[in-house]
Design a protein around this ligand. Structure first.
Ligand code: LRH
Length: 489
């Protein structure tokens, strides 16, 4: 095998990174080149992403790779969070800043949309879980609010498509990210006309869908000038971050499930086919597109956002270390109170600790008072939600899950890994923590012909990264806790 060097840009809702991957003799090594903050900006009450500054940070990442590490990458690839999009005018300019998915214009959009197309029909047409921020509802809400940007938009590009466009001048919609929109047919790279019609949006806004591993085009001359890069291709990787993460699960087979743990906790299985039925609708499971025709049958759980938002609030008083929060939570008593992490009050409440306290008060539970108690309540409730979701997957598939792979930054939290194993009663395999960037890099390797399949991608990952193993050894009564927690769902 040749030595390949790829540059992955991995953008999350709170930070972005440029990671260099060096692939040699079936082993992948990572070097972090650049890291930067990302955050929504509030303008006149609406929330947006600063796509121009993100683009600038990516260029800085490429430049640093060349000037500081003295490395010309063979290609670049970009992955980001799902559902958000930019609009592009006929003359090629982006039409304003893209909305951020936690913007409140969609707070009532889902229910309103159902008066046009029923919940059941929308689900059967798309196979996608209902979340108020899905692109379908964002477009519907913007149309209802008569946003004039829609009148001058000629095309719609999802966030990674947008950045690919800024790098290459080529507009393409990549499959995995498009599948988060709720505008595709289940398991297919085909737009569903009826959904566009129901949202009163022109289907002409979207274009050709490309599969992960396709080259979008070469980076523009001006970017070569700005960064010192050679002419290299920009690869449409599995550009939805969760799809990239799942591509890098180091599975050995069996009935495994994954938990991609970051701002969101995405818990599910890799399925050869979409599963779309009244049962999966009732449980609100999604069928997003994966690499090589796989389906990501999963559920979004509110995830580390809950604790990130508490930290943001607590930091205003005094900046805390993550370990300090974990330590405080370990001093607090377990199971004093629980939240349903997915209650919509937690989507963007502004003051998360207060929202959690109010929730406990309103559900007639003891109110968590200290930082440790609030953190304890979040961690326990998340673990119980994982248990709840695994049970649902087992009921849909009729198969028992026998191991859980935790990937992404959340896999660094050893306390949570052990608690999860204890609560769900099956082994937890933790890592790689850089799953998203790794999936991105390995799809570039596939585009370069260095690896040929998802199975080979996973072999390289197993060969390259250490995986922590946590076996269940419960010291608490998780079954009793689960009974109480279940009532909140
Ligand atoms: C995680 C994620 C998730 C989406 C959400 C908007 O970063 O991509 O898969 O549902 O962001």
């Amino acid at each position: 095998m040749n030595k390949n060097k790829f540059l992955a840009f991995d953008l999350g809702a709170s930070s972005g990174r440029a990671i260099l991957g060096t692939l040699e003799n079936g082993k992948l090594e990572l070097t972090e080149v650049h890291r930067f903050k990302n955050q929504m900006i509030r303008i006149h009450g609406s929330y947006y992403w600063n796509i121009y500054s993100l683009f600038d940070e990516l260029k800085t990442g490429l430049k640093k790779c060349i000037t500081e590490l003295n490395i010309q990458p063979d290609s670049i690839g970009i992955d980001t969070w799902g559902v958000d999009y930019s609009l592009v005018s006929a003359s090629g300019q982006l039409v304003g800043l893209p909305f951020a998915y936690r913007d409140h214009r969609t707070d009532t959009a889902i229910e309103e949309f159902f008066s046009v197309l029923s919940k059941k029909e929308t689900y059967l047409l798309s196979g996608i879980q209902f979340m108020q921020f899905n692109t379908l509802f964002q477009l519907y809400a913007s149309k209802k609010e008569k946003h004039s940007r829609l009148n001058i938009a000629e095309s719609l590009l999802f966030t990674p498509d947008t950045l690919n466009y800024l790098f290459t001048g080529v507009k393409k919609n990549e499959y995995t990210i498009a599948s988060t929109s709720q505008l595709l047919k289940p398991g297919k790279a085909e737009w569903e006309k009826k959904l566009f019609k129901a949202a009163n949006i022109s289907e002409d806004l979207v274009g050709e869908i490309v599969q992960p591993g396709t080259s979008v085009g070469n980076i523009l001359d001006e970017i070569q000038d700005d960064t010192g890069s050679k002419q290299i291709p920009c690869i449409a990787v599995a550009s939805h971050d969760t799809a990239s993460a799942i591509a890098s699960v180091p599975t050995d087979g069996g009935n495994w499930a994954y938990l991609s743990s970051g701002t969101w906790s995405l818990l599910g299985i890799e399925s050869p086919e979409p599963m779309v039925s009244e049962e999966t609708l009732a449980m609100n499971f999604t069928n997003e597109g994966g690499v090589e025709g796989t389906t990501r049958f999963l559920k979004n759980i509110m995830g580390m956002w809950l604790i990130q938002e508490c930290k943001r609030n607590w930091d205003e008083e005094k900046v805390m270390e993550w370990q300090e929060i974990v330590d405080l939570s370990m001093e607090a008593k377990h199971f004093k109170c629980f939240i349903n992490p997915d209650n919509s009050v937690f989507l963007n409440p502004g003051n998360m600790p207060k929202a959690i306290q109010e929730y406990c008060r309103e559900t007639n539970q003891p109110v968590p008072e200290t930082k440790g108690e609030i953190a304890r309540c979040i961690y326990d409730s998340l673990v119980l939600k994982y248990k709840f979701t695994i049970k649902q997957i087992e009921s849909v598939t009729g198969k028992q899950i026998d191991k859980l792979h935790i990937i992404g930054g959340g896999a660094n939290n050893k306390m949570m890994n052990q608690l999860t194993a204890d609560a769900i009663g099956i082994p937890v395999f933790a890592g790689p923590t850089e799953a998203t960037a790794i999936g991105n890099l390995m799809m570039q390797a596939k585009a370069a012909g260095t690896v040929r399949s998802l199975a080979e991608i996973r072999d390289v990952i197993k060969n390259s990264f250490e995986i922590g193993v946590y076996t269940p050894s419960p010291k608490l009564d998780w079954e009793a806790a689960y009974k109480k927690f279940e009532e909140l769902n």
